[in-house]
Structure formats: structure tokens, C-alpha cells
Design a protein around this ligand. Structure first.
Ligand SMILES: NC(=O)c1ccc[n+]([C@@H]2O[C@H](COP(=O)([O-])OP(=O)(O)OC[C@H]3O[C@@H](n4cnc5c(N)ncnc54)[C@H](OP(=O)(O)O)[C@@H]3O)[C@@H](O)[C@H]2O)c1
Length: 276
């Protein structure tokens, strides 16, 4: 059972309510969201994977978030570690998407600079949609040819991933809701490019210790940290689910955010958390 604590309390949220709370309106510029789970002490993994930090409620929200996406974007490290396979949204998700005028499933894409991804992974062989592989022009041609047998390989950047180019390319392909389940290097890359519009963060009631990575890793310190607005707080037992939207520019929010906030008259959080 998932309850909403803020902005106004709701007990035992239905899937429809959750979808409403998490859905972002379509905007001219694609909306880029990330979903992560973190331990209380900031670890993104337990024994090398994220699964041990989650619970059934976390998985429920994760699958609902996929349902609303036009494309699910993953980093190669996450695909190699987490074992993505099969149908990622379930029959209910397919039905919901059909009822809402969407393709049966979100597109699927993995970002890899090295192209060291096994084409025999279930990610390529057992998912219903043919995935995309996003890489750079300098990636190995041999590996590229091998992956082209199982995926559409596209180039976004010469030596490094060009995030703006990628977002434009995805927009050109009709993707206005780009949703990512990470991992940390991909999230760090999007942060550095200033292209994170939303973070859905599950806070797991665990002290993980160890040397597990944080949810974001990037090569440079961020001298201009992005301010985020808290949109809601949900709870299942001791686990919290936080949704933050980016603050775009000084004193303003992006128009979609402003519109969404205006629609929610009971949104006391927005007023309380607005930037000075
Ligand atoms: N807590 C959570 O919610 C969560 C979510 C996801 C993953 N994880 C965990 O995170 C760990 C994996 O971490 P990770 O940082 O390696 O994951 P990642 O971000 O999914 O993958 C990193 C890889 O993605 C490619 N990549 C990312 N940014 C790139 C860029 N700017 N240019 C070119 N390639 C880029 C590279 O692939 P190549 O090496 O092929 O070049 C890079 O090595 C796993 O243990 C996983 O379980 C946790």
C-alpha cells in the first residue's frame, strides 16, 4: 500500500492516482526524467545491484513510470548488471498505453561508448521491442556491426556522448518523454549537460555502508548545482518516494512545471519550497 504524505494526504493510492501524480504534460522540449533508489546513507547498490534496496512498492512505481515513457534510456553498466529482459511493462501497461493512444511499449535504448555489450544479452534477444544503441562516431566498427544485427545503432557525438544531440535525435523520432533508470554515470552525464528535468527517488530504509556508488557519478565537480522542487512525498512502510522537478533559470520554473503546479490547487509543497 502506497500513501501520499504531501502535498495532501491520500491513503492507499491507486495506479491511476500514481500515474496522475507522476505524469508530466507534453512540452515542446522533451522532458527527461530519472528514477533511482538510494539507501539512507547514499548508496545506489547493495552487493553490486540496486534490487536489494527496493521493495514491491518501489517496483510498482518503477513499472508505472515506464508505462508513461516514450523511451526508456539506460546506461551500458546498468544493462550489463541488472539483467533487463522480457516485457518491461506488463499486460496492464500495454492496455493502458493503447487506451491512451501510445505505442504498445516504450522504445528501449542503451548508451555505450565502448560498445562492449554482448549482443546475446536478453536485453536484445528477449525484449519485445528492438532496442536502440546510442554511441559515438569513434566506437569500434566491428562491435558496431555485431550490435547492428540486434539493435538500431545511432551516433550522437564524435568522441563523447553529445547529450543535446541525443535529446534532439530522440525528439525527431517522436520521443517527448525520455525516461531513464540510470545508472549513475548516465545520470552524471545528463547532469553535466544540464538535461535533467525530473528525479524520482526512492529512499530505502537501509544503512548500506560499504563502497557502493552514489546515484550520480561525473568527472567534474558541479560548480552550478541544479535546484530541484519537491513535488510529492509518498510512503510505503519505512520507504519514501520523492519526486523532484528541475528549477529552470533564476526565479522561474519551466512552463510545464508551472502549469502542473497551478493545476494542483492543494499543492502546499510548491509554495513552501519555491526558490527565493
Ligand atoms: N540505485 C539505482 O537506482 C541504480 C540504477 C541503475 C544502476 N544502478 C547500479 O549502478 C551500477 C552501474 O553503474 P554505472 O555508472 O556503470 O551505470 P551506467 O551509467 O548505466 O553505465 C555506465 C556506462 O554507460 C555508458 N555511458 C554512460 N555515460 C556515457 C557517456 N557520457 N558517453 C558514453 N558512454 C556512456 C558507458 O558504457 P561503456 O562502458 O559501454 O562505454 C559507461 O561505462 C550497477 O551496480 C547498477 O546495479 C543502480
Amino acid at each position: 500500500m502506497i500513501d501520499r504524505l504531501l502535498p495532501s494526504p491520500v491513503t492507499a493510492a491507486t495506479d491511476t492516482q500514481l500515474l496522475n501524480w507522476y505524469t508530466h504534460p507534453v512540452t515542446a522540449d522533451p522532458h527527461v526524467s530519472f528514477n533511482f533508489v538510494s539507501s539512507l546513507d547514499g548508496a545506489a547498490t547493495l552487493n553490486g545491484r540496486s534490487g536489494g534496496l527496493g521493495n514491491a512498492a518501489d517496483r510498482r512505481i518503477m513499472v508505472l513510470l515506464r508505462r508513461t515513457a516514450d523511451i526508456l534510456l539506460l546506461g551500458a553498466g546498468t544493462v550489463r548488471t541488472e539483467g533487463y529482459s522480457g516485457d518491461l511493462i506488463g499486460a496492464d501497461g500495454v492496455q493502458w498505453r493503447q487506451d491512451n493512444g501510445k505505442n504498445d511499449r516504450p522504445s528501449l535504448a542503451v548508451v555505450s561508448g565502448s560498445l562492449r555489450i554482448d549482443p546475446d544479452l536478453p536485453f536484445f534477444t528477449s525484449t519485445p521491442q528492438r532496442p536502440m544503441v546510442i554511441t559515438t562516431a569513434e566506437a569500434s566498427r566491428v562491435r558496431r556491426r555485431s550490435l547492428e544485427k540486434v539493435a538500431d545503432v545511432i551516433t550522437c557525438g564524435q568522441r563523447r556522448l553529445d547529450v543535446d544531440l541525443l535529446v534532439r535525435e530522440l525528439k525527431r523520432r517522436g520521443h517527448s518523454r525520455i525516461h531513464s533508470e540510470g545508472g549513475p554515470h548516465l545520470f552524471g552525464t545528463f547532469q553535466q549537460a544540464g538535461r535533467v528535468d525530473e528525479l524520482c527517488l526512492s529512499v530505502s530504509p537501509v544503512l548500506a555502508g560499504g563502497s557502493g556508488t552514489r546515484i550520480a557519478v561525473s568527472s567534474q565537480e558541479n560548480s552550478d548545482p541544479r535546484r530541484m522542487h519537491l513535488q510529492h512525498v509518498l510512503r510505503c512502510g519505512d520507504m519514501l518516494f520523492l519526486r523532484y522537478l528541475a528549477h529552470h533559470g533564476s526565479g522561474t520554473t519551466n512552463s510545464a512545471h508551472a502549469k502542473e503546479s497551478a493545476q494542483d490547487k492543494g499543492d502546499e509543497l510548491h509554495g513552501a519550497q519555491a526558490p527565493e
